[in-house]
Design a protein. Structure first.
Length: 317
């Protein structure tokens, strides 16, 4: 179907549709009704259920309030059953430095739009060594702990740095040297982790790059794709060995580890530095930024951010 010639183009300085600052009248009504119903039911938690969070659930269900509430209720039930609050407060992933040797997963600085960059090196996976020092259950608890830190520390710090509400991440999944056999050994964890992200932390993915995708990845992708919704799939770029130009269009070379085609060489290892604005920002500044997010005091991210390079680079650990 040809595009509507009368449709107004997206103003790059305005937020994307469905975000605060760019809601249609029906979308605004859905948000207000969503919040009121939660308040009336006694299930609204101000510290977690800010407008931006409720909008994530609404966007994930295309502003169908009934479906968004079902998704939200399932999330709250899972949080209680999985013990998310206890994990945040008490879970200690002591094996983290050893796990990093066999399955590196880490946040590292920001992309050009101010998003925290998350890197996962599936190609370095040694499943036998990995499960000699940890378990899938502990990996998932660590994943959830990192999701919560992403929402309450990393996004607020990035938002404070760039001056608008950063809501999503930029993920790089490296499949260098990944074979079918290697993938199937870890598929249960990958699928469980994918479902947690999709079902309980919706609309947190801004960009997703799968790099060094092997020739046989189409078989792996056909296994994963049915588990993902169409919105998630639309945000994924599958790249082969010639990924660097595309990746550097989104991530400054200074912020991308050298072994992925960038210029960053953190002392020791980029994967263990947790480099980014969240690392050295004083706790009270992070908390102030989080409060601004919860009070809708940050403007939403423009559709096409224009962040000065000097603001983005140089986030040292």
């Amino acid at each position: 179907m040809p595009p509507n010639p009368t449709a107004a183009p997206q103003d790059p300085s305005q937020p994307l549709p469905g975000r605060l600052g760019n809601l249609s009248v029906p979308q605004q009504h859905a948000l207000e009704k969503f919040k009121k119903e939660l308040q009336d039911e006694g299930s609204w938690v101000p510290d977690r259920h800010d407008d931006a969070t409720l909008l994530r659930f609404l966007r994930a269900r295309k502003f169908d309030l009934v479906k968004a509430k079902e998704m939200f209720a399932a999330c709250e039930k899972w949080r209680q059953e999985f013990g998310v609050d206890d994990i945040v407060q008490n879970f200690h992933y002591a094996e983290g430095p050893e796990v990093d040797k066999y399955y590196p997963q880490y946040y590292h600085k920001m992309d050009k739009d101010g998003r925290p960059v998350y890197i996962e090196r599936l190609g370095k996976l040694d499943i036998k060594a990995l499960y000699s020092i940890t378990t899938q259950d502990r990996q998932l608890k660590h994943l959830v702990q990192e999701y919560e830190k992403f929402l309450t520390e990393r996004l607020p710090a990035c938002s404070a740095k760039v001056g608008y509400h950063v809501e999503t991440s930029c993920t790089v999944l490296d499949l260098n040297n990944v074979g079918l056999g290697q993938f199937y050994k870890v598929k249960d964890y990958v699928l469980a982790a994918s479902r947690i992200g999709q079902d309980y932390y919706p609309e947190c993915m801004g960009k997703f790059y799968i790099i060094n995708a092997p020739y046989l990845f189409s078989t792996i992708w056909s296994f994963i794709k049915p588990w993902l919704d169409e919105i998630t799939v639309s945000k994924i770029d599958i790249l082969g060995k010639d990924y660097k130009k595309k990746l550097l269009e989104q991530i400054p070379a200074e912020n991308l580890p050298k072994d992925l085609g960038g210029l960053c060489e953190c002392e020791g290892s980029c994967s263990m530095k947790d480099a980014g604005p969240w690392h050295n920002m004083p706790k009270d500044e992070v908390e102030a930024a989080l409060k601004k997010i919860r009070n809708n005091e940050f403007p939403s991210s423009p559709a096409v951010p224009n962040v000065p390079k000097e603001t983005i680079i140089g986030q040292k650990a």
